[in-house]
Each structure stands twice: as structure tokens, then as C-alpha cells.
Ligand binder design. Structure first.
Ligand SMILES: Cc1cc2nc3c(=O)[nH]c(=O)nc-3n(C[C@H](O)[C@H](O)[C@H](O)COP(=O)(O)OP(=O)(O)OC[C@H]3O[C@@H](n4cnc5c(N)ncnc54)[C@H](O)[C@@H]3O)c2cc1C
Length: 386
């Protein structure tokens, strides 16, 4: 980023990705969701064109860019109506962690497939009883003679049915109590003892969520990513990109809702002029435009700080970006529906389907309340409230 404008390369990337997104578009996405299909063609094409691997180092088959580039890809696909939730997980969290902390062998083995989209990875930290309090996770890895034995479970894990592996956040047996000392394991989805069931969600998306069960899953030693002792640092190396991507996913969706609303407000006429001439319609849309731009700017700032290596400042900015984007998308979708009147709730206009997805941005990957807790405590120095 330079003088608050993106580089020519970034803008060209946005344009190319937007063209790909429009080639598929909202209809393709909704039909896939409705008929239980995946968005595999789009995923594969995005991979082949280098968009999924844009932030993977060149030596492992990627584009050598950074999280700002990957976030731009995520935003443009969402704005074109073809959001890919698994981008938030596979290239952003798992790709970043392997690229930064994997052994040379792990990088050579996993990154090329991740970059070209031929392998997809899910990520599992959330557990039913721990929820937002990750310190309470109980999934545990016990040492064996030649590796690990995993016991426990996860919930709300996206895309397990499309993934070859899940990057699982677990405790090690000697780190059972107190603050989380996590270790990260790349668990094959076909491992013996690993089962999963789909959660019946109200979201309109081809990407599904699952509850996972690990019943004495035996893992070779090389499934541990990075170091057993540096797990928390490794985890955060992946969670800040996740928040940046979550923000981009939301601002892209918000842009789509606002574009639909604006177009409709220019055309729909019930008195003597288009409804967009009434300030009650125009001002909320103008507010959304401002909110979206502010969220995008904060997302770019978070990405720039992350790239500069200032991880504390990046964490604060990534949380703020995620918060701002979550609010922006909820408002934009709600206002777009209101602008459409009754049509806002008709399937044909494609807005009512976006409602649950927009609410997701206030809940995951980190809820708005947990962001506010973080800002209150770390940015304002207020006492911890929980
Ligand atoms: C569609 C979808 C996809 C997901 N994909 C993944 C995935 O791929 N991998 C993964 O690991 N997880 C995933 N998640 C889980 C997601 O990250 C969690 O749902 C989220 O972190 C919130 O946790 P929870 O649902 O347990 O809510 P809870 O922790 O039970 O919280 C419930 C409510 O209480 C509030 N709350 C909790 N603690 C506090 C506090 N101290 N102060 C104030 N308010 C508080 C929360 O903000 C929330 O509003 C996904 C979730 C969804 C819905």
C-alpha cells in the first residue's frame, strides 16, 4: 500500500479475480448450495490461475505475494457473488502456518498442492465445551513410541468433507491444565478413528460445517507442524491472517449487497422518482459505502502491519478490521433488503440468502464481543472482565 492506494499489481489482481468471480457468479453459488454441490470448478480454476496460492512462497509453487494479496482475492470473489469460505482456512491459516513454521520437508510436501488448489486443508480449534475460551480445549495428543495418539473432538469445523487434512489444535498431555499451550497436528481426514458428522446449518453455502471426533487417532511424528513448544506463537501466526481474511470475506459480501441495493434504488419507482431519491433510502446506503470503505482500509492496514512483522500491532488492527467488516456487512445486507421492500425477502433477488452469511461475520472466526474484550483490555488498558 502506498499513499492509501494499492499498487498496480494489486489492482490488476483484483480485476482478474473479479472477472473470474463474475464468470461463476451468485447463481452458480446458490445453485450449488441448493443442490448440495460444491464449488470445486471455481476452486480449481482459482488455484490453476494462481489466486489461491498468491501468498505462498514462489519456491513452493506460489505467487510470492502476501496476506494483502490473498485478502484481495477473497474480497473480490465475495463481491462477485462467489465467496469461498475455505480460502479463509486453507491458504490463509494452514498455508501461513506451514510456510512459516513447517519443516523443509513439510513445506515441500504440502505447499505446492495448497498453492494450486489440488489439496484443501480445514482448520479445527473450536470445541463444544470451550467455545470462545480456547484455553479450555481438551483435545489431547499423547506421545507414542513413534508419534502421537489424538483423543477429543471439535465442532463447527468448515469444509472437512472437501479437505484432505485438518490442522488440529490440541494440547499435549503434559500441558493439560492452565493456559493453553497448543500443538498443531495435520490430521488426514481418512485417518482411522477420525469421524465427522455434518451440522444442519441455516447458512446458504456449498461449504458445510462439521463436528469431529478423534478416537485414539494414531499420528506419525511428522504430522506435528513446527515445534511442540512454540504452538501459541504459531497459532497466532495463522489467526491474524484468518481475521484479515474474515474481514475481506465480509467486505466483499457487503459490496455485493450494496451494489444490488444501489442498482435497485436507481430503477424502482413507486412515486414520481426512483426510490433512491428519498433520503430514507439513499442515506443508509451512503452510510454503508462509508462503513465498507473504512473496514477495507483497516483490513489493508492490518495486512500491511502483518507483512512488516509487527505482530502485536497487526493483531490489534486485524481484530478491528474484523469487527468493522462484520458490522458493515450486517448493515449492508439489512439495508439492501429494506431497499428492496418485499422483494428483499424473495429468493429471486438473492438477498435473503445472504442474511445468515452476513451474521456469520459477527460470530466467526472471532465474535464481536471477544474483539471488544481484546480492545478494551489491550488497547484501552481496562481490567479484564471475564
Ligand atoms: C459457519 C461457521 C464456520 C466456522 N468454521 C470454523 C472452523 O473452520 N474452524 C474452527 O475452529 N471454528 C469454526 N467456527 C467456530 C467459530 O469460530 C465459533 O463459533 C466462534 O468462535 C464463537 O464460539 P462459540 O460458537 O462457541 O460461541 P460461545 O463462545 O459459546 O459464545 C456465545 C456468545 O457469548 C459471547 N461471549 C462468550 N464469551 C464472552 C465474554 N468473555 N465476554 C463477552 N461475551 C462473550 C460470544 O461473543 C457469543 O456472542 C465456525 C463457526 C461458524 C458459525
Amino acid at each position: 500500500m502506498n499513499n492509501f492506494t494499492e499498487t498496480e499489481e494489486r489492482l490488476a489482481l483484483r480485476k482478474a479475480v473479479s472477472d473470474l468471480g463474475k464468470k461463476y457468479g451468485r447463481d452458480y453459488f446458490e445453485q450449488a448450495a441448493k443442490h448440495g454441490r460444491k464449488t470445486t470448478e471455481l476452486w480449481q480454476e482459482a488455484g490453476k490461475l494462481g489466486y489461491l496460492g498468491v501468498a505462498v512462497p514462489e519456491e513452493f509453487g506460489g505467487g510470492g505475494g502476501d496476506i494483502g494479496d490473498l485478502a484481495a482475492v477473497c474480497e473480490e470473489l465475495a463481491a462477485a457473488g462467489s465467496p469461498l469460505l475455505l480460502m479463509v482456512v486453507s491458504p490463509a491459516i494452514v498455508g501461513t502456518i506451514i510456510a512459516q513454521y513447517g519443516t523443509q520437508e513439510q513445506k515441500e510436501r504440502w505447499l505446492p498442492g495448497l498453492a494450486d488448489g489440488s489439496s484443501t486443508f480445514a482448520f479445527g480449534i473450536t470445541e463444544p465445551d470451550a467455545g470462545s475460551n480456547s484455553h479450555k480445549i481438551i483435545t489431547t495428543a499423547y506421545r507414542t513410541d513413534d508419534g502421537w495418539r489424538l483423543q477429543g473432538g471439535k465442532t463447527y469445523i468448515s469444509g472437512v468433507d472437501e479437505a484432505s487434512h485438518v490442522l488440529v489444535v490440541a494440547r499435549t498431555e503434559d500441558a493439560k491444565t492452565g493456559n493453553l499451550k497448543p500443538a498443531l497436528f495435520l490430521v488426514p481426514t481418512n485417518a482411522e478413528g477420525f469421524t465427522y458428522t455434518e451440522i444442519d446449518m441455516g447458512l446458504v453455502s456449498p461449504e458445510k460445517q462439521f463436528t469431529l471426533f478423534f478416537d485414539d487417532v494414531l499420528l506419525p511424528a511428522d504430522t506435528l507442524i513446527g515445534s511442540e513448544d512454540a504452538g501459541i506463537e504459531q497459532l497466532f501466526a495463522g489467526l491474524n491472517p484468518e481475521r484479515i481474511m474474515g474481514a475481506s470475506f465480509a467486505t466483499g459480501t457487503a459490496r455485493l449487497a450494496l451494489a444490488k441495493a444501489t442498482e435497485y434504488a436507481k430503477e424502482r419507482q413507486v412515486w414520481k422518482a426512483p426510490i433512491g431519491s428519498h433520503q430514507a433510502i439513499a442515506h443508509p446506503l451512503a452510510e454503508s459505502f462509508i462503513e465498507i470503505e473504512m473496514a477495507r482500509l483497516m483490513t489493508q492496514k492490518a495486512a500491511a502491519l502483518y507483512v512488516s512483522g509487527d505482530f502485536m500491532a497487526a493483531g490489534e488492527a486485524a481484530n478491528m478490521a474484523k469487527y468493522a467488516a462484520g458490522e458493515a456487512v450486517c448493515n449492508a445486507v439489512d439495508r439492501a433488503i429494506q431497499t428492496h421492500g418485499g422483494n428483499g425477502l424473495a429468493n429471486e433477488y438473492g438477498l435473503v440468502q445472504m442474511l445468515a452469511g452476513s451474521r456469520l461475520s459477527r460470530i466467526a472466526p472471532v465474535s464481536r464481543e471477544m474483539v471488544l474484550n481484546f480492545i478494551a483490555q489491550f488497547s484501552l488498558g481496562l481490567p479484564k472482565s471475564y
